[in-house]
Design a protein around this ligand. Structure first.
Ligand code: ADP
Ligand code: MG
Length: 253
């Protein structure tokens, strides 16, 4: 898998909603084993950018490459099969289903390539395979001890971890996270940060959109700041934190 060059490349991504140019020619790379964070004030275009990258929105302009393959025109399932997995800002778990079952929904995308309803009617050996993969990923995020609990009964922090375990079941090379620290308590944030660092150590690339500056500063190799739909600054956390343009953008809103 490792071949040196950037894993994900964005080139000139633009998106308008009617007359509003929500994104203007945004370009940056995510390298291998790198954590890159997108930050910016409210309304800057972070979610729009994230949705363009994950195939939820189709950009009006620009190109998106995973290694050398253009991916912006493909649907989300193909995207997952190509090595990109995402979580959602609002946790999407099925209540009444256990932690393990919820995680298995992620493993299913990889193994069967089918729908969620099909996941409930699996062949026995296929189910075994899903279960094993899901357990492996639950262990990785530290939730194997609560596998039988109703997913909805866990804390928000734990639910986010289930989402990550589920995404990991697709065996991605890059993980895309939409505000993973939102609503978490301090201790949960610390646990999440150390998990993301472990995943990077394991060879994963991570791109996250985040509101919480403190969370991304300690974690990121690189930070991309967007404001009014444009890339304002890109750099390492120390430079971004002290950049007058960044301070201005945050104070100005
Ligand atoms: P952020 O996530 O940084 O807060 P967004 O990407 O949600 O910013 O929004 C960027 C701009 O695009 C905002 O002005 C917002 O109102 C607008 N916008 C976002 N989504 C839509 C949409 N679906 N239709 C119209 N305007 C939108
Ligand atoms: Mg947003």
């Amino acid at each position: 898998r490792a071949d040196g060059g950037p894993l994900l490349r964005l080139r000139g991504i633009g998106k308008s909603f009617g007359g509003l140019r929500a994104l203007k020619a945004v370009s940056f790379d995510v390298g291998q084993k790198e954590i890159v964070s997108i930050i910016g004030p409210n309304g800057a275009g972070k979610s729009t950018l994230f949705n363009c990258i994950t195939g939820v929105l189709r950009p009006d302009e620009g190109e998106l490459f995973l290694r050398d393959k253009e991916i912006s025109t493909q649907n989300v399932r193909k995207f997952v099969q190509k090595g990109v997995a995402r979580t959602f800002q609002h946790v999407k778990l099925v209540s009444g289903m256990s932690v393990l079952e919820n995680t298995m929904l992620g493993a299913h995308i990889r193994v069967a390539g089918g729908t969620i309803s099909a996941a409930l009617h699996l062949e026995r050996d296929q189910e075994k395979q899903l279960r094993a993969e899901a357990m492996k990923q639950l262990k990785r995020v530290g939730l194997d001890n609560v596998q039988h609990m109703d997913a909805a009964s866990l804390s928000l922090g734990q639910q986010r971890l289930i989402e990550i375990a589920r995404a990991l079941c697709a065996d991605p090379e890059i993980l895309l996270l939409d505000e993973p620290a939102a609503g978490l308590r301090q201790l949960e944030k610390q646990k999440l940060a150390s998990l993301l660092q472990d995943l990077r150590e394991d060879g994963l690339s991570i791109l996250l959109v985040e509101h919480d500056m403190g969370f991304v500063m300690g974690l990121s190799n690189r930070i991309v700041v967007i404001n009014y739909g444009e890339k304002l600054v890109e750099g390492d956390p120390a430079n971004v934190r002290t950049d007058p343009r960044v301070i201005q953008a945050y104070l100005g809103t």
